[in-house]
Design a protein around this ligand. Structure first.
Ligand code: B12
Length: 250
């Protein structure tokens, strides 16, 4: 029997939302129409895809319990391992369907080109607006200067990450309605400020507070992310010794 896209979305949300993720659907056609052909996702236009965002709550609700339950040997990045665990959980819930997952960090061999442009995906899904220099009416930077674009979430500003996409290869969503991502950074002045903070001062976290937010990363989470991956093992060990982090639902 053909799977209904609405049922798919409900199931995905049921697995991910309680542990601090958001899921937003989009059609493959919406994604492909914005980008250069070299980045296309090669699926039928009406194929259902879902972009997965981690909110500030993911660290406490998914990551800490995951770390306490598993032996992370430092082979892979523990955050990546945790996200992979949850993506796998979603796939397991769809034994009848072919679900393809692409993580934000996956690159094509050789070219090192990202397999998915998650900022574009989150924009077309209406989840977080992607601000680029081309959005400014007057471009204030030197033409040759590389200015990276940045996504802003209506509730969490810059306090989130876009973890990847799930593609339901055999599920079509012809009647899915497109939602415009809210333009929460409406003026040229603020857009310029956002792009400057993101490109030149990203380490001070300030681009994340470009708009008032509902929730941001805890101090502990900030410490974790600002610690070099090679030094994170010690932090992880202290998390493990705190029994209050243990959750038996994994
Ligand atoms: C490579 C990479 C880097 C590289 C290069 C940055 C770059 N943007 O190219 C480096 C190492 C420098 C980097 C650094 C950082 N990164 Co980085 N990075 C990536 C990664 C893996 C790929 C980006 C990329 O190469 N894109 C390819 C280029 C060509 O894409 P593009 O510029 O968007 O161009 C497309 C659009 O313009 C589109 N397009 C054209 N017209 C239109 C119109 C519309 C309406 C739309 C929607 C699209 C669109 O078409 C183009 C393609 O043809 C992404 C994750 C991912 N898979 O997307 C994270 C990502 C962009 N990074 C992220 C972050 C947070 C950072 C850092 C702060 C470090 C960190 N991890 O904490 C710094 C900040 C940048 C800085 N000041 O240095 C976040 C950004 C989150 C956000 N809020 O936007 C991402 C999304 C990772 C994530 N999981 O959330 N990063």
């Amino acid at each position: 029997m053909e799977t209904d896209w609405k049922t798919c979305l409900q199931k995905v949300a049921g697995i991910l939302h309680e542990v601090g993720f958001e899921s937003h659907p989009f059609k493959i056609a919406w994604y492909n129409m914005n980008i250069k052909p070299i980045f296309y996702l090669d699926y039928a236009e009406d194929t259902l895809a879902v972009v997965i965002i981690s909110t500030p709550a993911m660290y406490e609700k998914a990551f800490k319990p995951f770390i306490c339950k598993r032996d992370c040997l430092g082979v892979k990045d523990p955050i990546d391992e945790c996200i992979e665990h949850y993506f796998a959980k979603v796939k397991e819930a769809f034994p009848e369907n072919e679900v393809i997952s692409i993580h934000d960090y996956e690159l094509h061999g050789g070219t090192r080109r990202p397999k998915v442009l998650v900022q574009t995906a989150a924009h077309v899904a209406g989840a977080a607006r992607y601000y680029q220099r081309s959005d400014l009416t007057t471009d204030p930077w030197e033409e040759k200067k590389k200015i990276f674009g940045v996504s802003v979430h209506p509730k969490y500003g810059g306090w989130f990450a876009i973890r990847g996409v799930l593609i339901f290869k055999d599920v079509l969503c012809s009647d899915l309605q497109r939602k415009e991502p809210p333009d929460v950074v409406p003026t040229d002045e603020l857009k310029k400020e956002l792009l400057e903070r993101y490109n030149f001062h990203w380490q001070d976290w300030s681009f994340r507070d470009i708009i008032p937010v509902e929730n941001r990363y805890s101090e502990e989470q900030k410490t974790y992310f600002s610690t070099l991956p090679k030094d994170r093992l010690q932090l992880l060990n202290s998390l493990k010794s705190d029994a209050s982090n243990i959750d038996n639902t994994l």
